[in-house]
Design a protein around this ligand. Sequence first.
Ligand SMILES: Nc1ncnc2c1ncn2[C@@H]1O[C@H](COP(=O)(O)OP(=O)(O)OP(=O)(O)O)[C@@H](O)[C@H]1O
Ligand SMILES: O=P(O)(O)OC[C@H]1O[C@H](OP(=O)(O)OP(=O)(O)O)[C@H](O)[C@@H]1O
Ligand SMILES: [Mg+2]
Length: 282
Amino acid sequence: MLRIAVPNKGSLSGPAAAMLHEAGYRQRKESKELVLFDSANDVEFFYLRPRDIAIYVSSGRLDIGITGRDLLLDSAAGAEEILQLGFARSTFHYAARPGTAQGVADLAGMTVATSYEGVVEKHLADHGVAATVVHLDGAVETAIQLGVAQVIADVVETGTSLRNAGLETFGEPIMASEAVVVRPTGASTDDPEVQKFLRRLQGVLVARRYVMMDYDIRAEHVDQAVALTPGLESPTVSPLHHEGWVAVRAMVPTSDAQRIMDELYELGARAILTTGIHAARL
Ligand SMILES: Nc1ncnc2c1ncn2[C@@H]1O[C@H](COP(=O)(O)OP(=O)(O)OP(=O)(O)O)[C@@H](O)[C@H]1O
Ligand SMILES: O=P(O)(O)OC[C@H]1O[C@H](OP(=O)(O)OP(=O)(O)O)[C@H](O)[C@@H]1O
Ligand SMILES: [Mg+2]
C-alpha cells in the first residue's frame, strides 16, 4: 500500500486534490477528514499542513508527498523532488519600499521578515551577507509598515499584495516554485506502486497540456504538415479513400493549437479538428 501526503490547506490543497481526483483516486469530501483509504487503488492519503509534508516524507513513514518546492527547500528535510506538477507557481523575492536596496548585497545589517527563514538564511549565507531574519507566519508585507523589518522575502504571484503594501521587489528572484511530488532522498526509483502513481499524474499533466489534432492533407504536403505536428513520438499518417490525400493524427500542445491549425490550413489541410484528451499513459 502506498502512503501519500496531500496538502490540507492553502494554495496547494484544492489543485492537488483536483489532480488526484482526475488521476482516478478517491479524495476526501470534507476538510475535517485527515486520513482517507482508497481501497480500490490501495492508497492511503494523509491530509497534512503543506509545511510539514517534506518532514513526514523524509522520515520514511510516508512514501510520497505533494508540496511546494519552496516549502521543501525551506524545511531542509531529507526529501527530494521527483515530478513537477505545474500548479501553485510562484517566485520568491526580496521586497521593500522603493529605494531601500538594489540587491542582496545591500541587506548587510538590515532586518528581513519572512515565513521562509530556511530559504532566506541560506540565500544570505550563500551571498556572504550578514542580516537579521525575523520569522512571521504570514501577511509579512505588513511587517515593514509596522517597523518589524526593513525588507521582506515572500512568495509573489501576481504582485498584488506587494503593490497594496507600497512595496517593490528588488534584485534577482531567490527561487521559482511550483507544486512538486517528493519522496525520501535516495529512495528506490523502481518501486512499482510509486511508478504507477507517477504515471497516473503524468497522464493528467499530458491530458491537460495536449490536445489530439486530426486533419486531411494532400500527400505531397504531408512532410511540411508533419513538421508542424511532430507529435510526441511520431504522428500517425493513414491513407484516405480520396486518392492523393492522407489523414494525420498527432498530439499538439494546447497552447499552440490555434496557431498550428492556421498554418495547416495555409498548407492546404482541411477537416482540421482538435479533441480533448481525458487521460493518458505515455
Ligand atoms: N498567491 C499564491 N500564488 C501561487 N502560489 C502560492 C501563493 N501563495 C502561496 N503559494 C504557494 O503555495 C504553497 C503553499 O504555501 P502556504 O502553505 O503558505 O499556503 P498559502 O496558499 O499561502 O495558504 P495559507 O498561507 O493561507 O496557509 C507554497 O509553495 C507557495 O509558493
Ligand atoms: O503576488 P500575489 O498574487 O499577491 O500573491 C502573493 C501573496 O500570496 C500569499 O499570501 P497568502 O494569501 O497565502 O497569505 P499569507 O501571507 O498569510 O500566507 C503570499 O504570502 C503573498 O502574500
Ligand atoms: Mg500563505
